[in-house]
Design a binder for this molecule. Structure first.
Ligand SMILES: [Fe+2]
Ligand SMILES: [Fe+2]
Length: 193
């Protein structure tokens, strides 16, 4: 329900059609569950370091969340770059203020669910990532011209070199799939917080 509510709000504010600007909003929001999980896991390490082997396993989670949020960070920067390259003009409130407000609300929802029952937070994120994966796939299918648009952007050395923007977006969609599978894999694990 929370995921559906979020997608409905995004459609209402940014319209149903997929666009690079809308993906950018999605990426601002996408990072925050990983930040919330990192935060909770780090506090749990502080509470559990008297059991070093257990604390070490929690720290592995911290590490995993950092990797995921860094990956989302590249997505966001690449989207910003693509929007700028396309010369699109974006309103300050709609594309700067509102995404950050949405991200803040989503951060605290993810954090709260994770503290109450981690499974709920992972399930919400899996739905979010599933949505992102399919939205990227549909966008690439809707824009065959992206197959001929080369990509050798600012973040190619960090994120990867791709023959076309279509390949770049397919890789981003694949990352979302990986994030989804990672969340699903964590759902049945015992809690540590
Ligand atoms: Fe992403
Ligand atoms: Fe993702």
């Amino acid at each position: 329900m929370a995921a559906r509510g979020l997608f409905a709000v995004l459609d209402l504010i940014y319209g149903r059609p997929r666009s690079l600007s809308k993906f950018k909003v999605l990426e601002v929001v996408a990072r925050v569950p990983y930040q919330a999980w990192e935060n909770v896991a780090y506090v749990a390490v502080t509470h559990r370091y008297s059991r070093p082997a257990f604390a070490r396993r929690i720290f592995d989670r911290v590490h995993e969340s950092r990797g995921q949020q860094d990956n989302e960070q590249w997505h966001l920067l690449i989207m910003e770059e693509l929007v700028e390259r396309a010369g699109k003009r974006e309103g300050f409130v709609k594309f700067r203020v509102l995404p950050q407000a949405l991200a803040m609300a989503y951060y605290w929802l993810s954090w709260l669910l994770y503290v109450i029952r981690p499974r709920w937070s992972y399930a919400l994120n899996a739905d979010f990532e599933d949505h992102a994966e399919h939205e990227y796939a549909r966008f690439v299918a809707e824009h065959p011209e992206l197959e001929d648009e080369p990509y050798d952007g600012l973040f190619a050395d960090d994120y990867g070199h791709f023959a076309s923007v279509a390949d770049l977006l397919r890789q981003i969609g694949h990352d979302e799939r990986t994030h989804k599978l990672e969340s699903l894999a964590r759902m049945d694990e015992p809690r540590f917080s």
